[in-house]
Design a protein around this ligand. Structure first.
Ligand SMILES: [Zn+2]
Length: 133
């Protein structure tokens, strides 16, 4: 089932924006844990993960932390419904590198940039915007 909306609370968006500020000049990244309810991905937790690339223009979720969070979520009956990362010096639009990764990892991607926070996903080889509710 393809989700077309993501429900995310202000507290989670605030955490992502705090991560954006506190990791400058590097990109920050993390995992969104929640439940897929029909066409809506409901975020219950935003969990920061170390950026193992630690650069200003790319990120990579630390694989050990990522799988530990995923395993813990499954034990609670939840899923990893999306991931987030930050663009501390750029707009919140997927870079070419992001788009390549999104194809391989077709969850909802939240990007926080200098112009705000937006959600995207690749559906049938096309980048589409996901509504945040
Ligand atoms: Zn990016």
């Amino acid at each position: 089932m393809t989700t077309s909306k993501i429900s995310i609370a202000q507290e989670h968006l605030s955490l992502i924006l705090e991560e954006l500020e506190s990791n400058r000049p590097f990109e920050a990244c993390g995992v969104l844990v929640g439940i897929n309810e029909g066409s809506v991905a409901a975020v219950k937790r935003a969990v920061p993960v170390s950026n193992s690339r630690r650069t200003q223009y790319s990120f990579e979720l630390d694989p050990t932390e990522f799988y530990r969070i995923w395993d813990h979520a499954e034990k609670e009956g939840m899923d990893v419904v999306g991931i987030y990362h930050t663009h501390p010096a750029n707009a919140a639009r997927p870079s070419e590198w992001d788009k390549k990764s999104m194809r391989n990892f077709p969850l909802i991607w939240i990007i926080a940039g200098i112009d705000g926070v937006f959600a995207y996903r690749f559906v049938k080889e096309r980048l589409s915007t996901v509504h945040m509710v």
